[in-house]
Ligand binder design. Structure first.
Ligand code: AMP
Length: 453
């Protein structure tokens, strides 16, 4: 099957050939003819499936007719993050080499003036994050009544980031008659409701079961104690021993942990850079470019900052933290094993993570093996200094799956120097830092000396 039967224009077909693509991916194959027929499309697909080209290629074909007017963009693409907006713009430039279209990217964190100037010139394709788009609209710099096609990309991430009210507002500002293309990797109830309200008789295109992981990615769990310094130690060993490590993304749950881990890795001589939401746009772009150009090997990132980034050929994903939302796991490991390449996804887990891991396994429909086999997890000691506990509600507010029983992970099973029991049996002894009361300051454990009176 080739691109030629999809109904794309000659200019677009030439650009696709120049990009080196020979066959459409399943989402492109299924969605493009419907987009060209002006149907609303509900695409359930994760990044890495070729979904960007699934909307960009037919949009380019349709935009060949008509012209843009000042302050009245013809098409609007909503993206949850600045990086994704930048990526979509790059796709338009790449696939639109044979077109003379005006593109504008309206994102937060940069000056309004340049964006204003672009809007005034007339825009064929407006790529925006919801907040900044509404800012421009409310300042009267923008009319949305000329929108012919509205694309809502990564809708489930919009939900996670609290953008749904903004999306609803924008959907009401664009003409009722526009065509809507809606993409989401998963379909939680809030997203389902949104599609029922704003899509008209959509064609549903689902390229894989929601939230499935890529088969070419090897997944593994690595046990660790829960303390961040212990996890950092485990991570360093993993990086040093990772087979075929070309480059890797390390995911943390919190921005503060991203910054801390990045500093620690650099201190230990690793080539690493950080990417998190508190960095300004210039720093984020610099970090991303350095990683893309292989100037650094490791990118330490938070979910929001790294969502949907198109970084081809990442060999390893390290989950420093088990994500709070099971869906995030799917998005994280979707950064590797792309376009038929093989990848490795390693997740560091402590006994406190068992419920979150069960939720992930339920979502992806498979068990993630422990490094060294499940018997390693079953036989190894539990962390006595931090008894297993259910994660607090705020850790997993959207997971309502019943936790599956599984053995708690060992604390020190990854140590290259196994600690031998003094009793001479096979039961491993706890490393000093894993001993009972290790979390208490030493002076509290010191026997009290009573002064003779
Ligand atoms: P996306 O899912 O849109 O993030 O795309 C993932 C990657 O696949 C991007 O690097 C695209 O350049 C690439 N890609 C998209 N369509 C094709 C295709 N038909 N053949 C080969 N690569 C593609």
């Amino acid at each position: 099957m080739s691109f030629s039967h999809l109904g794309l224009s000659d200019k677009v077909l030439a650009a696709v050939a120049a990009a080196g693509y020979q066959t459409p991916t399943p989402i492109q194959d299924q969605a493009i003819p419907h987009v060209l027929a002006r149907r609303d499309v509900l695409g359930i697909a994760q990044t890495g499936t070729g979904k960007t080209a699934a909307f960009v290629l037919p949009m380019l074909t349709m935009l060949e007719q008509g012209r843009a007017r000042a302050r009245m963009p013809r098409t609007l693409i909503l993206e949850p993050t600045r990086e994704l907006a930048a990526q979509v713009e790059e796709s338009f430039s790449k696939y639109g080499v044979n077109h003379k279209l005006n593109l504008a990217r309206i994102i937060g964190g940069v000056s309004y003036d340049d964006q204003d100037a672009k809007l005034t010139r007339g825009v064929d394709v407006l790529i925006a994050t919801p907040g900044r788009l509404l800012d421009h609209f409310e300042r009267g710099r923008l009319l949305l009544t000329g929108i012919e096609i509205l694309v809502i990309d990564e809708a489930d991430r919009m939900l996670d980031m609290g953008f749904i009210p903004d999306i609803e507002k924008i959907c009401k500002l664009v003409p009722f008659t526009r065509q809507t293309l809606f993409f989401s990797a998963t379909m939680p109830p809030e997203i389902q409701r949104l599609t029922e309200t704003f899509l008209h008789n959509p064609v549903r295109v689902e390229v894989s079961r929601p939230a499935t992981t890529v088969a070419s990615t090897t997944q593994v769990l690595v046990p660790s104690a829960a303390a961040p310094e212990k996890k950092r130690e485990v991570l360093r060993k993993l990086i040093r021993s990772a087979a075929g490590l070309k480059n890797g993304i390390i995911f943390c749950n919190r921005k503060t942990e991203v910054a801390k881990l990045h500093r620690s890795l650099v201190r230990h001589g690793f080539s690493a850079i950080a990417l998190h939401g508190d960095m300004d746009q210039r720093a984020r772009t610099t970090a991303l470019d350095a990683f893309r150009n292989n100037e650094v090997t490791l990118l330490v990132a938070s979910d929001v900052a790294a969502r949907g980034l198109d970084i081809p050929d990442v060999s390893h994903i390290f989950n420093f933290d088990v994500p709070h939302h099971a869906e995030d796991y799917v998005h994280r490991i979707g950064r590797t094993g792309r376009a038929g390449r093989s990848g490795t996804a390693i997740m560091i887990a402590s006994s406190a993570d068992s419920r979150a891991i069960a939720a992930i396994e339920k979502l992806i429909g498979q068990k993630i093996p422990w490094q060294g086999g499940d018997h390693a997890a079953a036989e190894a000691p539990t962390e006595r200094h931090e008894p297993p506990r259910a994660p607090r509600e705020r850790h997993a507010p959207r997971e309502r799956h019943a936790p599956r029983e599984r053995p708690a992970p060992p604390a020190a099973a990854t140590s290259p120097h196994p600690v031998v029991s003094p009793r001479g049996n096979n039961e491993p002894r706890q490393a000093p830092s894993e001993r009972p009361n290790a979390h208490l300051p030493a002076f509290i454990l010191r026997p009290a000396r009573l002064k003779a009176t």
